[in-house]
Design a protein around this ligand. Sequence first.
Ligand SMILES: [Zn+2]
Length: 572
Amino acid sequence: MAHISLYRRFRPSTFDEMVRQEHVVRVLKNQIEQNAAGHAYLFCGPRGTGKTSVARIFARAVNCEQPVNGSPCGKCAACRAIAEGSLDVTEIDAASNNGVNEMRDLREKVQYPPVTGRYKVYIIDEVHMLTDSAFNALLKTLEEPPAHAIFILATTEPHKIPATILSRCMRLDFKLIPAEDLEKHLTSVLEAIGKEYEPEAVSAIARAGAGSDRDMLSIAETCIAYDDKLTYAAVTAALGAADFKTTARLTEAMLHGDMPTALFATETALSEGKAVGVLVRDLMELLSQVTIAMTCKNAQKLLALPKDLFERVKLIADNADGRAVLRATELLGKTETEMRFASSPRILLETAIMRISMPETELSAEALTVRLNELERRVAGIPMPLAGGAVDIPVEEPAPKPAPKKVKQAPPEEVPPEYDYDEPPPLEEEPVFDDAFPEPPFSAPAPAPAPKAEPKAVPVAPIADNGEKPTAEVAFGRFLRTLRKTSRNGVLFTMCSDLIPSYEGDTLVLVTDVETIARSLQKEEHRAVMADTFALVGITSFEVRGAQPQAKSEDAITELKKNFSKYPVEVK
Ligand SMILES: [Zn+2]
């Protein structure tokens, strides 16, 4: 028995069997039912999304004597004739017949009436491959088509079609098929051929199909041949996905500045036979997955990765700095472009990996980003004490403090500013604490050239000299500055900088209305770093909360009333 590929075996024969593309199918079905087929169509869309299948169904449907629900019946004389290869339906592959002669020939033959059905249908696949003169010849036909002719032009590259042709066609765009629909289709195919399968294997194949039904089924075909049962292990082996581990290791090493490991992993991947270009694309794909895992709540669903792979991606995301990921993606993107013109792409890739692994060479950009983050925070007006139900308002010193600006003109006894965002750090070492701290209790050895503050060694002396507790904002401002200097985890810093501090008793409560940030900060690894940093500024008890708007504000009001019993507190 001759082998028939899965794709051909399970090619849809009616509109209802199509995988997705409802928007196209609906238009065509309606035209059939209303007997109002046009003369020229342009089917655009990525490969393997069903353009040719729809064209064939449509060609049979327009000729069918008794279409069922807009689809060909498959039983009448016309349907059978076409199935046996009637001359009424002609398929032309423009990739191999792209000359003017073919189009002239078509122009001549199209004049003869159809043999069995009502219409002669010409399906021209890959129509963008036609030469200019062939397009002109085709245009002549499209300008004055005989009443019995229908042209269906299919292309993956509609931008290459001349405007004169486009304007004479009804354009229908085919879309990539979502992974879940591919999965459903593959499941039904596997059940039809009686193949046992693991659901993860099906998901992996559907994902590899990348929106194309044809690609997916041909991948499935390879994997099916692997073993009696379609297993996930077999799929990863057949797809070469086993090297995900290498790619993950390389990415991780790169992001953490571990150049030797990164270069070693590169060597491993390339020596396993992976092309340099493929490795670059794999790395970029993984980095984009990491970004999604870092930023999106429903990352697992969005990425549709099997559990173990997702966990690996998540792990990389949790430990990586967002800016580093972005920078790596950008550098690799540039490398990919440059590689096309390079005589030795491998050297380019290795150079890029080295640059990614050595972010210190671009510290200035890092500093700029930090500055930008702070500016954004100021613009967003985050340090507004009342906004988040903060209760510890520094009423003791009501004197010259009209706006939450830094008060510079009170040298000896400075009002603690809400947040002390001075000038962003100049590259070199910066004083660990500046004027949020009343007096430097350390002996500063150097007669520093900077008049404002001297570099100090260790951040101690968390509590103000007068023994009073600093306001929540001040305490938190100290925490942020210390965190910026002691931790290299930029993501942690960014997440923390959006928190709104307030006291509940002695506990510094940090609230965010972004639930993911709250959850992430509640994780042990982040909590530990935060606890260490808080300890440095003298806070022993803190808590991160997601916003629970109702309860929260009531708490705050109660607290506010309690703390300021002298003042009338009115809630508007
Ligand atoms: Zn029929």
